[in-house]
Design a protein around this ligand. Structure first.
Ligand code: ATP
Length: 249
């Protein structure tokens, strides 16, 4: 792992024009370095700018001031070497599970054949072996989100950006998905930026939790999570993650 996988937010801010012509400051000044191979969560109240921050890292939105860099390079547009997972799985309904997982390779205009084995491995890794030829409508919401997770990893991205990827799932599926994500991350050690509302989820997954305050969004605190790895679901079930967080906070 090299610094090529590190993301740096340098005094980043973002304004939006509201419909009545006023200026809304969504983010004021965010300074954050995410190390290569680090798992960092962003936690904060609704509207504090978490998605805005993630979209800037994804190159989907430009900062109004400051810079967002991968290594020393400004992130100015979406990069093929990033993997992104959103709240909704956003699968293409006319493609099979396997074809959906291979999509990031396909949209880059590359031959998907050399990636087939990897796609099948990932489908197995997210617990969907046997569903390769099914269509999204035949899957539950949790299964669709697993496909989205496999899809985000198929091209072996340097960086994984996740915007509340488990928000639409029920509590139990959500915990299982978090454990699955950690297992995959332990095997691959990508740099991950993970947006969530869930304190326990953030603590369970992360090396550091970035706590943001409401508008204009700023970092109010960065909390180091002391638990060793690998972490198992028992840790999540122990129920004191929130407490641990309050203490650390
Ligand atoms: N394209 C846009 N145009 C105008 N305002 C926007 C736009 N995108 C975001 N905002 C505003 O910027 C602020 C931050 O939005 P953002 O979606 O980043 O918050 P969030 O922390 O992700 O919220 P949530 O947890 O509810 O998803 C909000 O007040 C939102 O209304």
């Amino acid at each position: 792992m090299t610094q090529a996988e590190a993301i740096r937010f340098d005094n980043v801010g973002r304004n939006f024009e509201t419909r009545d012509g006023a200026t809304l400051m969504a983010l004021q000044s965010v300074k954050l370095d995410i190390e290569a191979g680090e798992f960092v969560s962003i936690l904060g109240p609704s509207g504090c700018g978490k998605t805005t921050l993630l979209r800037m890292a994804a190159g989907l939105l430009s900062p109004s001031w400051g810079s967002v860099r991968l290594a020393e390079e400004d992130i100015l547009k979406p990069r093929p070497d990033f993997g992104i997972v959103f709240q909704q799985a956003l699968l293409l309904p006319w493609l099979t599970v396997l074809a959906n997982v291979l999509l990031p390779v396909d949209v880059q205009g590359r031959d998907t054949a050399p990636f087939r084995e990897r796609a099948l491995d990932l489908i197995e890794m997210v617990g969907l072996k046997g569903f390769e030829d099914r269509y999204p409508t035949e899957l539950s919401g949790g299964m669709q989100q697993r496909v989205a997770l496999a899809r985000s990893l198929v091209h072996d991205p340097k960086i994984l950006l996740m915007d509340e990827p488990f928000a639409a799932l029920d509590a139990m599926t959500r915990e299982n998905m978090a454990a699955e994500l950690l297992r995959i991350w332990d095997a691959n050690r990508k740099t991950v930026l993970f947006v969530t509302h869930g304190i326990a989820e953030a603590v369970f997954l992360s090396d550091r939790v970035v706590v943001m305050s409401a508008r204009p969004g700023r970092i109010s605190r960065i909390v180091e999570i002391p638990f060793g790895r690998p972490r198992s679901l028992e840790l999540m079930a122990s129920g004191d993650l929130r407490e641990t967080f309050e203490e650390l906070h």
